[in-house]
Design a protein around this ligand. Structure first.
Ligand code: PMV
Length: 342
């Protein structure tokens, strides 16, 4: 195989990860092990379509995103990731990587999650590997922590793992009650790229925030509460745990030096509206946000349209998209037809 193309959907963490395990040596950094587990929902909207073509005559990798050539650090990050596959297979062949995002890149809408998940699938296949989902999740994690979860459709749990080699730090599907028919409204609260990327933000939180330890220490119980609530179909417990997790993550970041916040004015307005709606006994809904200003609001399927109309009336909103649970990645042919769902 000299060409492979894959599509992966993005995911949003309900129970976040924010911080890495040991990052002292180059080897530890390459493994990219999170300090905690995490739990997410893969979405049916937003994702990345990536082709990898081997080029035996080339002396360096080439990469493009949405038709624009990537250079510098962005290209290096992809090249380093492809090195992992090359090392595994024992070849040196350079590649051409072409990606298209239908996620606004680097704006806290988890484009790195679908990006590295699609790249893991396409690159391993292009080099002739036939990795299972667990091995692909491990590979994707080395590109971006959240990418490990995009290998799984629906609700996924990424285990922190204990092993130094990271083999047990992989995502898996969790038991989901069929009664849990949820929607996630992605409310865009600003335009353009985020100011502080997630790796820089979490490293600064780890190094300087007095609340980082508390964040880690209280994390496992959130993960277990959310896992059980998803299995039993307890939407209120899922939402309450989700909101608690994001607020703790952002509290730890706020207490970093310098303090780090991802909120735009509309971010706070949306979070307030979500709380107000719930407290007024109107629509039961819960918010979460990542390393960017957008708010993702979780609600029952039957409330999504009504809630979306309400939130759209808030000043400073750039658009709302409604997503449901989405599938695992797919391998595509050159024309984009699905060949295989992983
Ligand atoms: O996947 P990364 O390394 O870009 O980090 C993602 C961090 C958060 O989105 C804030 C949380 C998460 O678990 O997805």
């Amino acid at each position: 195989m000299v060409f492979a193309r894959a599509y992966a959907h993005t995911n949003i963490a309900l129970v976040k990860y924010w911080g890495k395990r040991a990052q002292g040596s180059a080897q530890e950094r390459a493994l990219n092990l999170p300090a905690t587990g995490s739990l997410s929902l893969t979405l049916d909207r937003f994702g990345t379509d990536t082709s990898v073509t081997l080029d035996k005559d080339a002396t360096e990798d080439r990469a493009s995103l949405d038709g624009k050539a990537l250079e510098g650090k962005e290209r290096e990050r992809i090249s380093r990731f492809i090195d992992l596959v090359r090392a595994d297979v024992g070849v040196e062949t350079r590649v051409v990587v072409e990606s298209r995002n239908d996620v606004p890149t680097a704006a806290g809408l988890a484009s790195s999650a679908s990006g590295f998940a699609a790249l893991a699938v396409a690159a391993s296949r292009a080099f002739g590997q036939n990795l299972d989902v667990t091995a692909l999740s491990e590979l994707a994690r080395k590109g971006s922590g959240s990418a490990a979860r995009s290998l799984i459709g629906g609700f996924a749990r990424l285990e922190r793992g204990e092993r130094d080699d990271g083999h047990d730090c992989v995502a898996h599907a969790i038991t989901t009650s069929p009664s849990l028919d949820l929607r996630l409204l992605v409310v865009r609260c600003a335009e353009g790229r985020k100011k502080v990327g997630s790796t820089v933000g979490m490293n600064s939180t780890m190094e300087t925030s007095p609340y980082y330890r508390a964040w880690c220490e209280t994390h496992a119980s959130d993960l277990d509460t959310a896992t059980s609530a998803i299995a039993s179909g307890d939407f209120s417990a899922v939402g309450t745990t989700m909101e608690h997790s994001t607020l703790k993550m952002h509290a730890s970041a706020l207490a970093a030096q310098p303090g780090l916040w991802y909120f735009a004015p509309a971010t706070v307005a949306v979070m307030t509206a979500v709380r107000d709606s719930r407290e007024a006994g109107d629509v039961e809904c819960y918010f979460t946000m990542d390393a960017g200003p957008h708010v993702k609001v979780l609600c029952r399927a039957e409330d999504a349209e009504r809630l979306s109309e309400r939130l759209a009336a808030i000043d400073g909103i750039f658009g709302i998209e409604t997503a449901a649970a989405g599938p695992s990645p797919a391998l595509l042919d050159r024309e984009g037809t699905v060949l295989e769902r992983l």
